[in-house]
Design a protein around this ligand. Structure first.
Ligand code: BDR
Ligand code: CA
Length: 312
């Protein structure tokens, strides 16, 4: 039986690759995609999610719009990385399918409450606003979630939007704090991992060489979004973030880390959004997060290549 997942996302080129990887994988059943404000505004992110589902030939997957701004803060966006539409690079057609009428937060709540307990995994690729709001509106969802696998945070590699904070956590630290404390099993794919999963020219060329529409689009997307990071880090390839969430579901052995406490900084102006990871167990705070620290880039790109080749 495929594992049932809901993808909560702010696409975003790397989100798009994650969604394509999920839709290409028979081990996973994508029940729905929920957009959230993050990389760019909600309107673009939701529209991009529709475009990606259509690119994968999966217009049957329902797409919902969730929250347009963080729980308590003004939205911070990242057009400087992702472009003004959030998905600059490929020239994808405007979607033919429409968004679902239901609000994304209600979709998450209703789906979890109606399903068998612990049968649905939430994959979060953006700020945690929708999940935080769902937990506020219906706290009973916490014990019904099989697992939350998120891209967010970082400790050893520090931050990417501030010196201390990773973007997804920084945008809505109050939502992230609620999620960390909710009691559901959490796996965190951090910057410590994603900085090891670099999209080098050889890897991008291999994706383009697949020769299908999806491979070409991924090549064009990542070529666009990596240009900012290549200058910033001076590495051969840019970090690739969100697809590690899906790769973890498919091949957990590609990653390693440990169960430890992660607490979100919400008060300090200097370090707000920091994921304070008690990796060395120096406190007795509850071990609430399966914190991933390392990833096997060769294995990851082999998997991505294999799966993208299955798409249109
Ligand atoms: C995260 O921020 C976004 O820009 C990416 O899509 C990813 O989810 C990386 O910090
Ligand atoms: Ca994202």
């Amino acid at each position: 039986m495929p594992r049932k997942i809901i993808i909560d996302t702010d696409p975003g080129q790397d989100d798009a690759v994650a969604i394509l990887l999920a839709l290409a994988s028979p081990e996973l059943e994508v029940l729905g995609i929920v957009a959230v404000a993050g990389n760019v505004g909600l309107h673009h992110n939701a529209n991009n999610a529709l475009k990606i589902a259509e690119l994968a030939g999966r217009a049957d997957v329902p797409v919902f719009a969730g929250c347009a701004r963080p729980m308590r803060r003004t939205l911070v966006t990242a057009e400087h990385v992702h472009g003004d539409t959030g998905l600059n690079g490929p020239d994808l057609p405007q979607p033919k399918t429409a968004l679902q009428a239901q609000h994304g937060v209600d979709y998450i709540i209703d789906t979890l409450m109606a399903a068998e307990p612990k049968s649905i995994t939430l994959c979060t690729l953006g700020p945690l606003t929708n999940i935080g709001m769902a937990l506020v509106k219906q706290p009973a969802i916490a014990e019904r979630i099989a697992e939350i696998v998120m891209m967010g945070g970082g400790y050893f590699e520090a931050g990417n939007i501030t010196p201390a904070a990773e973007f997804n956590i920084y945008v809505d630290p109050e939502a992230a704090d609620l999620v960390m404390r909710c009691g559901a099993p959490i796996t965190m794919m951090t910057l410590d991992v994603t900085h090891q999963i670099q999209s080098t020219p050889e890897r991008l060329n291999a994706i383009r060489a697949i020769g299908n529409k999806s491979g070409t689009a991924v090549y064009e997307m990542l070529t666009f979004s990596e240009s900012f990071d290549l200058k910033k880090y001076g590495w051969d390839g840019a970090p690739l973030h969100d697809p590690t969430v899906i790769a973890y579901l498919l091949r957990p052995e590609l990653f390693d880390g440990r169960l430890c406490n992660v607490t979100i900084e919400t008060a300090s102006e200097l370090t707000v959004g920091m994921t304070v990871a008690d990796y060395w167990h120096v406190t007795d705070r509850p071990r609430n997060v399966n914190y991933m620290r390392n990833g096997n880039a060769v294995g990851f790109y082999a998997l991505l290549l294999e799966r993208l080749a299955l798409l249109p």
